[in-house]
Design a protein around this ligand. Sequence first.
Ligand SMILES: [Zn+2]
Length: 620
Amino acid sequence: MEKKNGKPILKDSAEKRETITNATTTTTTNTSLSSTFLREFDSLETKNNEKPISGIIPTTETNEESIVPDSDLVVDNESNGNNDRPKLNKECLNSYNDEILSSSASNRSNTTSSNETTRVNKRKKAISKTLANIERTMKVDLCYVLDCTGSMSNHIAAAKDCILQVMEYINNTNPCIRVQFGFCGYRDHCDIYNNSRLQVFDFTNSYQEFRNNLSTVPADGGGDFPEDVLGGLDAAITKMTWRGGTRVILHIGDAPPHGRRFYYGDDKYPDGDPYGLTAESVLEKMQLNEIHYFFGKITPETDTMIQVFRSIIGEFPVFDLLGGDPIDLIKKFVGATISSIATSVTLTSSLGSKIKSTNSSKQRRDLNPEVPNWDYLPYQKGVILGYNMPETLNKLKDQRYFKKENLYSEEFYFKIAPHPFSAGIEKYAYFAINTTSDPLQKMVMKEYSQDKSENPFEKYLEAVEISTVAGYLSNEFNSIARKKKIPLVNFLEAKVVRAFIDNETRYYVTESELNSKFKRFNANSGIIIEFHPALEAFAHFTYVYTKGYLMICDLQGIELTNSFLLTDPAIHCIDPMRFGRTNLGKKGIKKRFLANHKCNDVCRKLGIAKFRRAKFFCCS
Ligand SMILES: [Zn+2]
């Protein structure tokens, strides 16, 4: 089984040390958080127990069958929200500087109301563009590239038999996604009879057609040990009709490509592909076509190939597809296929057209994934800043609460690694330790990677504001969840650190380290990557509890026994000027969450179950 941590081609949320998507182990239980950290949560829980169940949550259950009418999806206090919206303050506007750079020639300190309107309109336009992009990414082309030589009959059968289950699962959890399936089987250069070296079937959305196509694919051929892997991948890239906004290759094989670079045993083509294909030429073509690559591993014989491919396109998930039991193998295929689709849609929608440039190393800081030897690193002194938890929901909804005057600050002594261990789309992540805690508290400190002019202090504060809002709502959720025996949803508390390092003032968002298998459960595009009733119900709860003002999504972190510990969520809010660029506004709530959400048992226990999926909203 492949244990190596990996990420897809694109390093989404890499700062959180995303781990491999493993088709066979979808749940992880780990309690290796530092004791300091757990104590922090113990005290939170004691506090929560004293809170009464909020009256906002209806106590009577609504019949799930009563489909929510259109009017129900309209936020009931939206007009209040707009009326109450404070005048946009400088902090809020500054955090969108990069988005509005083109119009920021005007004097920022002289913010007039017309400037505010312009900025709000620009923000709304940017949201619409993002939403349109997300809808485009919901159309998925997935091509299986499969080794079809003698040893692979079980795997060909599994590919054929998994599709129906995959389609049913996608329809249930992510009805907005439309998948077309294609197939490219490869053998070896000696398999010239009936042109059987390659068998290509273009994309279809018909389950029956896909099955019929695969019925004509026998497992035979193959001469020496390596196979025509590069020819198979090249055919998939160039001969299939790729049209989808999200493009996926799930490659499955038990033998390496030809060439000494991949294999040292019996090989008729030790110098590599006789047609001149190289791993570089094929994989670069794949990236140019914006195709995400995933590999299903059957034997260790492909380990060198995985290494070579990763050196060219960066990390990608490797699924364990070893198995003699056909039923078990189908399950693994279903898991791998669903994971490939959900991960690719999420990456494509959060990256847009940045696919090709993500792996480029220009202007990148050197990464070091090792924890440094803290003894050799200097102590740093800084100030840690956070917001006091608002006392009421109204304060939470009032942006005036989140201003610099309401920050608390403490002296903070720490050590930080000289190099980041990971680089995400927006941020670098560093190992750090809080040297004043006993025992030493392991931290992660994140720094925005762009110029400081595009990442003002306000952007750091925004992360803390999101964390505070998430913390407040998780407290409210948990006080009910405890009584109803529902898994708890906790968030790591994010704070800003300001310190003077290397002769300049630097800012970081900091939080405790999660030293367990980090997973993304759902995304702000509404895609559910790994379904957990409690998490989907939590998102729904935040919408109901705030009376439609906001909802928390992009839930990611770790699963513990009867609870989740999450970090770095996104918030869709009817005020488009709050909560950063992942806020997709009222439309985000409606189209990307409500349209996708189907109330589950946890929603029913919370007394908020009322949504049967409103299909008419889906990707309309
Ligand atoms: Zn629900």
